[in-house]
Design a protein around this ligand. Sequence first.
Ligand code: HEC
Ligand code: HEC
Length: 285
Amino acid sequence: MRVLRWMVVALGGVATLVLVAAAVAYGASEYLLRQTSPARAPAVALPTDAVSVAEGSRLFMVHGCAGCHGPAAEGNLLFDEPLIATIVAPNLTDSIARYGAGDIATAIRNGVSPRTGRTMLVMPSQAFAPLSDADLGKILAFVASLPRAPGMEGSVSVGPVGRLGLLAGQYKTSLQLVEQAVAPPEAPDAGASIGRYLARTSCAECHGADLGGASHPEGVAPNLRIVAGYQPEAFTRLMRTGIGMGDRKLGVMSGWARAYFSHFTDAEVQALYRYLHDLPEPVRR
Ligand code: HEC
Ligand code: HEC
């Protein structure tokens, strides 16, 4: 009997410990999710001429906005595994009408939600913080020109497994990614610096802010020093058709290149190649 009583006490103790640990983990993850940034991004001017709006629509592709928010910015359910997270990339035609260009530019640059004032998740602001005012203005002018689409309300919730991933540092909030971003190596000359800008703002979201490689939910995006092994024609082919060196089939990279990088101009592809082909080893923290 005595043994039994001890076992009950011990089990009760274990259950309490588990509950306390769960509460502490929940609290700690909630702390990360509630992080905010008081900084406002400087206002960007929205051009109104048709050429700039058309260029904004191209930039919306090149920088992959369409890949998550949908081609008409109508919003998109990206991920739905309640134990990990449910992530909707919101309807931007609705967001811009609701919050105005100033709050939207701040959201994109700082990684803070215009809805909640808290850090966003999955939205790769670390790659968009360095967008030039002119480019961001064109992208927003394009979004503002779209008919207000019926689409998905923004909604993001994180389940217990996702919260543990955040605590373990396996997933990072947009704010963490912005704050921890290490810039890629400087470009040796002006031509390559255009390539550096494009890489920072269109490759960094998957290959890491410093371009030194990062894990992606559907594969590991390698260090972009891998481009040293590419001939110019093979690199152009990768950007245009998604086919890797030596006719290799790629995963995420392939679909993304076909859908979005095919909108790069020839000059942009050359500038990217020029920078990435001689990319020095990034300085990792
Ligand atoms: C990898 C997917 C992904 C890409 C690429 C992406 N977004 Fe997002 N974006 C999201 C998600 C997810 C959210 C919602 C985040 C949250 O609320 O925690 C979001 C939120 C936003 C918001 C806030 C809207 C609101 O109403 O809450 C804006 C504005 C935005 N994105 C604009 C852009 C623009 C412009 C681009 C391209 C330059 C872009 N996004 C690229 C996934 C993405
Ligand atoms: C949406 C995520 C994503 C974006 C954005 C992205 N990549 Fe990738 N990339 C990957 C992944 C993941 C791989 C690994 C192969 C795979 O799974 O498709 C990869 C592989 C590569 C490779 C190696 C191909 C090989 O030969 O094995 C090169 C080169 C590359 N990317 C270049 C770029 C460049 C340049 C950009 C920007 C213009 C870019 N990527 C943007 C996800 C991305």
